[in-house]
Design a protein around this ligand. Structure first.
Ligand code: THG
Length: 262
């Protein structure tokens, strides 16, 4: 599984404060710790508070790239914020994200093409959050054909079936698990799939347990990548063990350590 670290997001109080007070150490610590814990990619989101979101994205990326050169997932609803990230990123970045909305695809696919970046496609369209697995597949098909038309290799596409808090809309967790399977057969080569895992447990009081249980189920259904808190050791252990049991790693008694050192 491609592990995308979620912690550099202005939605978190410590990160929001660090952005306003330009406290580089907080960001650099989170970058280093997430990578040490196994993040392959770092998600970067300036959050809702930043007055100048483009400047905040620039400051975050410059701070992060002073301490690590893992690839970045540029998480914003604004195209100018994403493009600022694409200009600065040293490694092949991931745009997070487009939707199936025409205006979004028309703006973001040319950027993905120009910078040869990855791109996450949220399976939602003009009508908002998808209701079930079928709506997810419909939006996914729109995104896949738009990528093909724009000359974006499907290898660069990560479809996100959008997981919602289980305490708000309980039946959606099963729809997402089914969608992970459905999305895989929409093209050949198959598109990759990704989730913003922590959404599933927002507002609950068993966050880590719900996160890791759902992650294992999603991995068993073929999930390729996840935006997670890599500093949650039990979560990372569960993900590694799930992949071991799916025969994706070779067993040895110290498989957790062995996988982490790799
Ligand atoms: N799909 C894609 N990108 C995404 C999401 C997604 N990016 C954002 C989000 N969803 C994934 N990242 C997070 C980050 C934080 C939390 C949830 C998902 C979170 N934050 C605490 C909360 O709201 O309770 C913040 C509180 C705090 O500790 O300060 O849970 O789905 N493509």
């Amino acid at each position: 599984m491609l592990t995308i670290g979620e912690r550099i997001n202005g939605m978190f109080k410590d990160v929001g404060k660090a952005i306003t007070s330009k406290d580089k150490n907080v960001i650099q610590d989170l970058a280093k710790k997430q990578v040490e814990c196994g993040a392959d990619v770092l998600d970067v989101n300036v959050g809702p508070a930043a007055a100048d979101a483009v400047a905040a994205m620039r400051w975050l990326i410059e701070s992060i790239q002073e301490v690590t050169d893992v690839p970045l997932a540029l998480d914003s609803t604004k195209a100018d914020v994403i493009e600022e990230g694409l200009k600065l990123a040293k490694k092949k970045a991931i745009i997070n994200s487009t939707t199936a909305k025409k205006a979004k695809l028309d703006t973001l696919l040319p950027l993905a093409k120009k910078y040869d970046s990855g791109i996450i496609g949220l399976t939602m369209g003009e009508s908002g959050i998808p209701r079930d697995r079928n709506e997810r597949a419909e939006h996914a098909a729109v995104i896949i054909s738009a990528c093909m038309e724009a000359g974006i290799p499907i290898e660069n596409l990560y479809l996100d079936p959008i997981i919602l808090p289980v305490n708000v809309t309980q039946f959606q967790s099963l729809e997402v698990l089914e969608a992970i399977r459905d999305l895989k057969i929409l093209s050949d080569p198959a598109p990759k799939t990704v989730l913003g895992l922590s959404n599933v447990s927002q507002g609950t009081d068993k966050r880590s347990l719900i996160n890791r249980t759902f992650l294992v189920m999603a991995i068993a259904n073929g999930l390729d990548a996840a935006i997670v808190d890599p500093m949650d050791n039990e979560l990372m252990d569960a993900a590694i063990t799930a992949e071991l049991l799916l025969n994706k790693h070779i067993y040895c008694d110290s498989f957790l350590d062995a996988y982490r050192k790799k």
